[in-house]
Each structure stands twice: as C-alpha cells, then as structure tokens.
Design a protein around this ligand. Structure first.
Ligand code: AKG
Ligand code: FE2
Length: 348
C-alpha cells in the first residue's frame, strides 16, 4: 500500500509554483471553510516569565491554562538575535533547490515514510485533506538519539543555531512546568519528573507557502499537539495561527520578541483535564510565506501517561484512561490524518 502513487505526498513549494489553484486533495470541505474568527473581544494572554514566582502572574498563568491552553511569553531569556537566526536559517533551508532539501527527505527510497526529515505528512487515506505547507521534522534530544544524517548541512549555521535554541528553550519548559505543578498543589517537580533521560524533544519547522486561493485550504489543519508542552517561534509579521475556544476561532497575535507556548495532550491528561490542550490551526495566505519553529517536549515511549494521583478523589475521578506514550503516538498519527483527536478516544 505504501507504494501507491496517491500515498506519496508532494512538496507544496513545488506544487504552488506549477498550479493556479490547489488540487482537490488540499481543498477543504464546506464545513471546514466556515471561518468564524473573533478578532477583537479577547486576546491570547501575555505571561511574563521573569515574574512567575509572584502570585498574581502565576494566577494569570492559571487562567490562561484553564481557558486558552496557549499564551504568549515575554522575558523568556532567548535573545532576539538567536530568534532571528533560527528563523533566517530555517527560511534559508527552504529556499534551497529541491535536490539539496531532499538530502534530508522523510521518504526513504523516495516513498517509505519516516517522521523525521524534510517533506510532508504521511498520507494514510486517499481522502485525507492535505495541508498547504512543507515541514522539516528533527529530533533534537536526547543527545544520543540525535541523527545528524537527517539534519541539513546547509545553510552552514543551521545545526549550531538550532542546537543553541534547543538548549536555551529548556529553561522555559522548566519554569513553566514547575509553576504549573505549584498551581495544582503538586510537588514542584512533579511534571519535570515525568521526563526520563529517554524523553524525546522534537522540532518541527513549518514552511507555509502562499496560496492563490487561501480560503480553500489550511496551512495546518486543526489539531492539538502531542507531548507535554510546546514552544512556538513564528515570523513576526504574519498572523495566521488561530486557536479554538468555546467553539470560536481566535487569531493569535504575533508579537516581535515574544514566544508562544501551548500545552499538549499529555498535560491535559496528567492534569486530569484542569489544563486544556488547545485545538489550533494555521490559515493560508495569498502573498506572504511564513515560517514557524515548534518545539515539543515528549515523554519516553514506554512511559504510561495518566492523571496525577493527587488530583483524584471521589468527587473528581480520572477523566482519562491510562495510555502508554507509544500507543498514544500511534493513535495520534491515525487521528491526525482523519482530522480527529486521539485525546477524545482517551476520555472516560
Ligand atoms: O505554525 C504555527 O503557527 C503552528 C504550528 C503548529 O501548530 C505545529 O507545528 O504543531
Ligand atoms: Fe500544533
């Protein structure tokens, strides 16, 4: 089956250069085109990372986690020059000729899919709606599982810049997960202790290509993220990310120098649903390309994900079934291809 022609994804950058309209496999069904977007009433919260020890800022974080699951972070400690360098190196990678990019292709022998590498999502069914974007997916930790063969050699700065960005991002994860445990009255390192030395950190660099008919496609279909927590660095000037809250899509602002952070499905389970893993998507754009760098903090494939025991009591039993990380991940990709959420299948 994997050898069927339809199951081999195309590179959207190449496709966009050769068509006037997106082919049918990319075009959304009518129900997904009804874009009810709230631009004004409320905005995604801004959290000052340097003040999270203060009760008022931690309360702001609690409110953000319970309603949005996604927030902007300022004073995060990553220099603007490093943020610019990561975006510039990522764009430079995608601007290279196809042959160069394909040196890190996610299709072995041109057709057998692996998660890591350059290309597109796996096509699991003939009816899967494809996203109008290309991706570079890399494992950036643990160190002894990094496979540099999948990492671009060009631009030359790419590897160093990504490694530096990965190292500096870790602090953000530590501060936020520590505060989240405190907010739930768990041991401060309860969430951090869930990460063994085999817990993977992965990066997905998304490259969104302009589309002549942007309303017909999505750059990234609606999904919630796997993993415990994700940080997201986006191009300053292209607001395209939207987050779903109470059935309304909200535009996520892009603020120069701030990062976005959202929690993933594993955190929704571990917090027994107190913190929400937000559904989000990226809309397409007719003129401007866009690049984003998402960093995902995952768990050891053998680890069982379950609600924290201290959060459970008679009036508040577990709302999610236990699941092994690797089984969740297998389900994640199956559901993603269909546009559904594996998390929904885990609810008690
Ligand atoms: O590009 C964005 O703004 C969002 C990307 C995203 O949701 C992801 O990589 O999971
Ligand atoms: Fe995402």
């Amino acid at each position: 089956m994997a050898d069927e022609q339809w199951s081999v994804p195309m590179v959207v950058q190449e496709l966009a250069a050769s068509v006037k309209e997106p082919p049918s496999q990319y075009v959304l069904g009518e129900q997904n085109r009804l874009l009810v977007v709230d631009q004004m009433t409320e905005s995604v919260p801004i959290i000052d990372l340097s003040r999270l020890a203060a009760a008022d800022e931690a309360d702001k974080l609690r409110a953000a986690l319970q309603s949005w699951g996604l927030f902007q972070v300022t004073n995060h400690g990553i220099e603007s020059s490093l943020m610019d360098d990561v975006i510039t190196a990522s764009k430079a990678f995608f601007h290279q000729p196809l042959e160069e990019k394909q040196k890190c292709s996610n299709l072995l022998d041109g057709k057998h899919f692996q998660v890591e590498g350059y290309g597109n999502d796996q096509i699991k069914t003939q009816h899967q709606t494809r996203d109008w974007s290309d991706r570079l997916h890399l494992k950036v930790g643990p160190k002894d599982e990094i496979n540099l063969a999948n990492w671009p050699k060009h631009p030359e700065s790419f590897r160093n810049v990504l490694q530096e960005y990965t190292a500096k991002s870790k602090r953000i994860k530590h501060i936020i997960l520590g505060t989240m445990a405190r907010l739930l009255e768990l041991e401060e390192d309860y969430f951090l202790n869930q990460f063994s030395d085999r817990a993977p950190t992965t990066v997905r660099i998304n490259h969104y290509v302009p589309c002549p008919t942007p309303d017909m496609v999505l750059g990234f279909k609606a999904h919630s993220d796997d993993g415990v927590l994700a940080t997201l660095l986006v191009d300053n000037d292209v607001a395209a990310l939207q987050v779903l809250r109470d059935s309304v899509w909200y535009s996520v602002p892009t603020n120069p120098r701030s990062l976005l952070v959202n929690i993933g499905d594993f955190m929704e389970v571990m917090s027994n649903g107190i913190f929400k893993s937000p559904v989000h998507r990226v809309v397409a754009n007719a003129e401007t390309e866009r690049t984003s760098i998402a960093m995902f903090y995952g768990l050891d494939p053998e680890k069982v994900i379950e609600p924290a025991a201290d959060l459970l009591h008679q009036k508040q039993p577990a709302r999610y079934k236990k699941v092994k990380t690797k089984d969740y991940m297998a389900g994640f990709y199956e559901h993603f291809a269909r546009g559904t959420r594996v998390l929904d299948s885990m609810k008690v």
